[in-house]
Design a protein around this ligand. Structure first.
Ligand code: XMP
Length: 541
């Protein structure tokens, strides 16, 4: 049985970060929408594994009429509770304190003074005042604030503008902070969350995904039995790890369908086949549909129209292949009746949380998440990674023996090079782009930053080349050239919602530019994109 921490999500933008921080402390936690009722909570705790509850923030106000409240059972289950921001205000409001609403909002960095001993903060300080008070750099984002403590609580921290910035009832092990420990701007926030789950809740730090391969494999084996499973393999991290896990669990009952739409990067198709078909001996059906995709894209230059065409075509190709497979089941699998087959997807935990809370997904989803297909094909949906964060998926991938270069690769959009060739997609453009991009990536991997010892590929979150269908004049030898332009794009980001352009070393840019211009006939000019997101986006289309 797995011990667990429950995070009740009141709708904050950063609830996911609370879960990530707790998982990073190797404690298993789950996020559930806060509108659960007491019966749900009691059933959730009935296995005896619940160790504590965290109440997230929210943009709501406790004074609003339609606002969510904390289910009573949170306070009767006898487990420690930590309220964050709105979670704290809600605790104060419901437990007999007073919250002042519409107070002057406080957004951004603040310095918190620790007022009294508390296992959350003891021994922690970013600096000390002349009088010896421990001070913590934190991140605030609130309009309302707690004005009067509920019975049994005392104030344990304050800021100049928020006299009760943290409160605690040590006897009942109820804690609350007005600031956000889950965001990196709260420098010691990770440590506070770690203390809550390990010291206060007494949870064991036993959630190590790399050690759980056997139990994950066993769970998949039991779930699938002797059924047939189909998986859309894109070569991205999630579908690759899902495929490797399922292959380990059910071997030849798994068939991967790998659709090559002709807009993949150089060597990508071969690499996927090498790892899955040749090294892992998985059954991979590679479908070369490049002619079909390029024909449909001919003459189309609008980015969204290109995306729609590729999405629809992908579904059509995948569906045709899946139907063919189901009609003639693989050796070793059962009858091949529709009820006996599954469609596996590389859905990961952030996707589950986003859809569960009815929130808009933060990152545009890949069309390889073939939504709607399971019902159309009469297949059952299998999501082997749905409990895992991206970092955990990578850890699992390594434990399953996937190459680090595959596990740590940058994300690649579903429509592939189609959104990196501005305007109309043509095969000759794609060929030029592939060669230029391969040079850029090779040099990023090769160039090591002396300060960190890491390659510039690992120091960037996403890097690629964009093809600009404009010609410019150049000179080569004695001759004038009139050829195409490419732009290099490299960004650093933690969430892909905002991103900074990477300050790549000039020497690296120089090598890349010189190699592309010399080695790729047809390109005579290389530029570097120095736009941040926002207002630019990461991709050019
Ligand atoms: P933008 O360009 O919106 O990109 O700043 C943010 C992240 O999303 C990826 N992206 C896509 N991924 N299908 C995908 O699977 C798409 O249509 C798509 N468009 C953008 C982009 O590569 C970046 O990681």
């Amino acid at each position: 049985m797995q011990q667990k921490i429950l995070i009740l999500d009141f709708g904050s933008q950063v609830t996911l970060l609370i879960a990530r921080r707790i998982r990073e402390a190797h404690v298993y936690c789950e996020v559930h929408p806060a509108d659960v009722d007491d019966a749900w909570l009691r059933a959730y705790a009935s296995d005896g594994q619940l160790r504590g509850i965290v109440l997230s923030g929210s943009h709501a106000s406790v004074a609003a009429e339609d606002t969510l409240s904390i289910p009573d059972a949170v306070f009767t289950l006898g487990v420690p509770v930590l309220g964050i921001c709105y979670g704290m205000q809600c605790m104060a409001h419901q437990l007999g304190g007073r919250v002042e609403c519409g107070h002057q909002p406080e957004f951004g960095p603040a310095d918190v003074r620790v007022l009294a001993p508390s296992p959350l903060f003891d021994g922690l300080a970013d600096y000390k005042t002349a009088s010896g008070s421990a001070m913590l750099h934190v991140w605030m984002s609130h309009g309302d604030r707690v004005e009067a403590l509920p019975p049994g609580f005392r104030a344990v921290a304050s800021t100049e503008r928020c006299p009760i910035a943290a409160m605690a009832d040590e006897d009942r092990r109820w804690y609350a902070v007005q600031f956000h420990p889950e965001v990196t701007h709260t420098r010691l926030g990770v440590e506070m969350l770690r203390r809550f789950v390990l010291d206060i809740c007494g949870a064991q730090a036993d959630w190590i995904v790399g050690n759980r391969v056997d139990s994950l494999v066993a769970a998949m084996r039991e779930r699938v039995g002797s059924d047939q499973v189909i998986l859309g393999l894109s070569g991205g991290v999630d579908s690759s790890v899902a495929a490797a896990l399922l292959h380990r669990a059910i071997g030849q009952q798994l068939t991967c369908i790998f659709v090559d739409h002709g807009l993949l990067r150089q060597g990508e198709s071969e690499e996927v086949m090498e790892v899955f078909a040749h090294q892992l001996h998985a059954t991979v059906l590679r479908v070369d549909a490049s002619e079909q995709f390029l024909a449909k894209l001919a003459g189309v230059s609008d980015p969204e129209a290109k995306r729609k065409i590729i999405g629809a075509e992908f579904i059509a190709v995948f569906r045709a292949q899946a139907e063919r497979l189901l009609a003639c089941p693989q050796p070793g699998s059962r009858t091949g009746e529709r009820g006996d087959a599954w469609l596996a997807q590389g859905t990961i935990y952030p996707d589950v949380i986003e859809s569960g809370s009815g929130k808009k997904a933060a990152v545009i989803k890949s069309h390889h998440n073939v939504g709607g297909l399971p019902e159309q094909l009469g297949l059952r949906l299998l999501e082997p990674l749905r409990d895992l964060f991206k970092d955990e998926v990578r850890e699992l991938g390594l434990a399953l023996g996937l190459p680090p270069a595959m596990v740590y690769r940058h994300p690649f959009p579903g429509p592939g090079l189609a959104v990196r060739i501005l305007g109309e997609v043509r095969r000759d453009y794609a060929d030029l782009l592939r060669r230029a991009d391969a040079i850029f990536i090779e040099e990023l991997r090769r160039t090591i930053d002396p300060d960190t010892g890491k390659s510039w590929y690992d120091l960037t979150s996403q890097a690629f080349t964009v093809f600009l269908p404009v010609k410019s004049v150049g000179v080569m030898g004695d001759g004038r050239t009139y050829e195409y332009v490419v732009a290099l794009r490299a960004v650093q980001t933690s969430d892909f919602m905002t991103a900074d352009w990477a300050e790549l070393p000039y020497a690296l840019l120089k090598t890349v530019s010189s190699r592309i211009i010399n080695e790729v006939r047809g390109i005579n000019r290389v530029t570097y994109d120095i736009s941040s997101k926002p207002p630019a986006t990461i991709e050019w289309e």
